[in-house]
Write a protein that binds this ligand. Structure first.
Ligand SMILES: [Zn+2]
Length: 253
C-alpha cells in the first residue's frame, strides 16, 4: 500500500483570515481535494483578529455541500489560564481548553459546541481539540454524541480504535511525501500561512493529490487497536519533542 494523506484545515471561524482561506480553498479545488475542516463553534481566541465575516456560516455550509468533512474544533478555542497535565496522550503542550477540566463540564462543552454547529446548518462527524490536548473525559464526552465518530489526533500510521473511539492519527504537520505506507493527516492553519507555505502545499498537492483521501474513505481502514507500533510512536515522538524543546531552551540561554 502506498502512503495516503488526509488534508486537515484548522481554525475556521468568523474571525479567520478570509483572504488566506479563500486562497487555500482555490488550491484544494484545483486538485479536487476534499479536506477535513475544523470549525470552532464559538470562537473566543484573541489570536484570531481578522474582521468578522457575517457570511462565514454560509461559506462553511458551502464547504459541506461540496463534500468537505466538518469537524467540531473544541468549543471556544480559549485556553485555560493554568496548564493541566492530565492528557489522554503524551504531550508537552501547556495549552489546553479540555485536559483536566471536570468530566461533566466537558460533556456540556461538547454538547454546546455541537449544538451551535448544528444551529448553523453544519453536521460535524468528528472532533479535535485545540493544541492536541485533551483527556479521557474528552473522549467520553465525544462518545456521548453518536454523530461524532472520530477524533483527528493520536499516534499511529493507520486509523485505529482506542477507548471505544476511532482515532485518525496526526503525528506531524507536514506536508511531506511519506516513504512508508499509512494514512497521514497533514495540518494546515490557513489564517497564518506564509507565501512559502502556500508554495510547499501546492508542490505537495501537485505530486500527491491522487493519494489524498477523504474522511469517509479513511474511516473504512480502521485497525482493531493501536498496538505496539502506536505506543512506540507515541513515546518516540514525545521523547523527540522533549529533546527539541530542551535544545530550544539552551539556545535561548
Ligand atoms: Zn485550533
Amino acid at each position: 500500500m502506498r502512503a495516503k494523506y488526509i488534508v486537515r484545515l484548522d481554525d475556521a471561524c468568523p474571525q479567520m483570515n478570509h483572504e488566506n482561506w479563500h486562497r487555500m480553498e482555490e488550491l484544494l479545488d484545483k486538485y479536487q481535494v476534499k479536506p477535513l475542516v475544523g470549525v470552532i463553534p464559538d470562537n473566543h481566541d484573541p489570536e484570531f483578529t481578522w474582521p468578522e465575516d457575517e457570511r462565514f456560516w454560509e461559506r462553511a455550509r458551502s464547504w459541506q455541500d461540496k463534500g468537505w468533512t466538518i469537524a467540531q474544533h473544541g468549543c471556544r478555542h480559549l485556553y485555560l489560564p493554568e496548564a493541566k497535565r492530565r492528557y489522554f496522550q503524551k504531550s508537552h503542550s501547556l495549552h489546553t481548553e479540555w485536559a483536566g477540566v471536570d468530566g461533566e463540564v466537558q460533556k456540556e462543552m461538547m454538547r454546546e459546541g455541537y449544538n451551535l454547529l448544528r444551529e448553523h446548518g453544519l453536521f460535524p462527524t468528528g472532533f479535535f481539540a485545540p493544541a492536541h490536548t485533551f483527556d479521557g473525559n474528552t473522549v467520553t464526552a465525544c462518545k456521548r454524541i453518536p454523530e461524532l465518530k472520530f477524533i483527528s489526533d493520536g499516534y499511529g500510521l493507520m486509523p485505529y480504535r482506542k477507548a471505544g473511539m476511532t482515532f485518525l492519527p496526526s503525528i506531524c504537520d507536514g506536508p511531506f511525501l511519506m516513504k512508508v505506507p499509512g494514512i497521514f493527516t497533514f495540518v494546515a492553519h490557513p489564517s497564518v500561512m506564509s507565501v512559502e507555505s502556500f508554495a510547499r502545499w501546492e508542490k505537495f498537492l501537485q505530486q500527491a493529490h491522487n493519494d489524498v483521501i477523504s474522511i469517509p474513505k479513511a474511516m473504512k481502514k480502521i485497525k482493531k487497536q493501536q498496538g505496539l507500533l502506536g505506543h512506540s510512536l507515541e513515546y518516540g515522538i514525545y521523547a523527540a519533542r522533549g529533546m527539541r524543546n530542551w535544545l530550544k531552551k539552551i539556545d535561548l540561554m
